[in-house]
Write a protein that binds this ligand. Structure first.
Ligand SMILES: Nc1ncnc2c1ncn2[C@@H]1O[C@H](COP(=O)(O)OS(=O)(=O)O)[C@@H](OP(=O)(O)O)[C@H]1O
Ligand SMILES: Nc1ncnc2c1ncn2[C@@H]1O[C@H](COP(=O)(O)OP(=O)(O)O)[C@@H](O)[C@H]1O
Length: 268
């Protein structure tokens, strides 16, 4: 359990205190983390201001500069991804669902989450539309902001996968290079699923009336109308119409579950 330090600012630890329960006393004792931590860090010189530079310091601590964050040190916990996966009896991964608005991304994402839950697996959906209500509320649909949107979701998805969770990201994510960058964050556990539905079908569905507005010129830069969508060239799964018919969401989810099972993600 974590708590902020109750001690004076002069003695404040660089990290929060850990509280540990003792069976004998039945209450929590503060445990000051890693004596020598401050000393070790203070002996490392400030790093330069390159985009991403790092060097080994005393006791293998690595002081880094990443983006605009200078003098930062990665702290490793003993309970890691492996332990969490053993606990959950599954492998953390990212199922990245891409496709046009109205192609069925959110529907299949929720069906997949539901089917996994029914089988005893933990999944979490990161939906583009939903994330734009919070984490990404500052982003528009300009190319630059869409790239930042995808980058952030890729980073969050990586954290979920590290937590041992099957993370289902459901975003239009129209640019190949940004999707590839997300893949590079979790190279062995990224499953790209392309909702390969014809524009005509998506437009006919138009559940939010956005295509109609885009065709009328009332929304500018709408994906598939006057903004590009770059279809994947080499993705793990493609979901398409069969004989002109759309499969049910649960059979689409089943297709993804079969892939996860074959590749060993459904065991620790
Ligand atoms: N200009 C424009 N282009 C595309 N989509 C638009 C636009 N404006 C609003 N919307 C709505 O936003 C949803 C897509 O958000 P995403 O975060 O998935 O988009 S992106 O990955 O950043 O391109 C998308 O949701 P889905 O229909 O679920 O895909 C739309 O409802
Ligand atoms: N497999 C499917 N079969 C029939 N209708 C579907 C299917 N998947 C999605 N739909 C319908 O298509 C519309 C768009 O689906 P949605 O999941 O919101 O797409 P997206 O998230 O890609 O915008 C919704 O009205 C939904 O009910």
């Amino acid at each position: 359990m974590l708590a902020t330090s109750p001690i004076s600012p002069l003695l404040r630890c660089p990290r929060p205190l850990l509280l540990r329960s003792t069976p004998l006393m039945g209450f929590q004792l503060p445990v000051v983390p890693l004596r020598g931590f401050r000393k070790r860090v203070s002996r490392i010189e400030a790093s330069d201001s390159n985009e991403h530079s790092s060097f080994l310091g005393v006791n293998n601590s690595v002081m880094s500069t990443v983006g605009k964050s200078t003098n930062i040190v990665w702290y490793e916990c003993k309970i890691g991804k492996h332990e969490r996966q053993q606990l959950l009896k599954q492998k953390g991964c990212v199922v990245w669902i891409t496709g046009l608005s109205g192609s069925g991304k959110s529907t299949v994402a929720c069906a997949l989450s539901r089917e996994l839950y029914a089988r005893g697996y933990l999944a979490y959906v990161l939906d583009g539309d939903n994330l734009r209500h919070g984490l990404n509320r500052d982003l528009s649909f300009s190319a630059e902001d869409r790239s930042e949107n995808i980058r952030r979701v890729g980073e969050v998805a990586k954290l979920f996968a590290d937590a041992g969770v099957i993370c289902i990201a459901s975003l239009i994510s129209p640019y190949r290079s940004e999707r590839d960058a997300c893949r590079a964050l979790v190279p062995d556990s990224f499953i790209e699923v392309f909702m390969d539905m014809p524009l005509e079908l998506c437009e006919a569905r138009d559940p939010k009336g956005l295509y109609k507005l885009a065709r009328a010129g009332k929304i500018k830069g709408f994906t598939g109308i006057d903004d590009p969508y770059e279809a994947p060239l080499n993705c793990e799964l493609v979901i398409q119409l069969k004989n002109g018919e759309c499969s049910s969401p649960s059979s689409m989810a089943e297709q993804i579950i079969m892939y996860l099972d074959e590749k060993g993600f459904l065991k620790a």
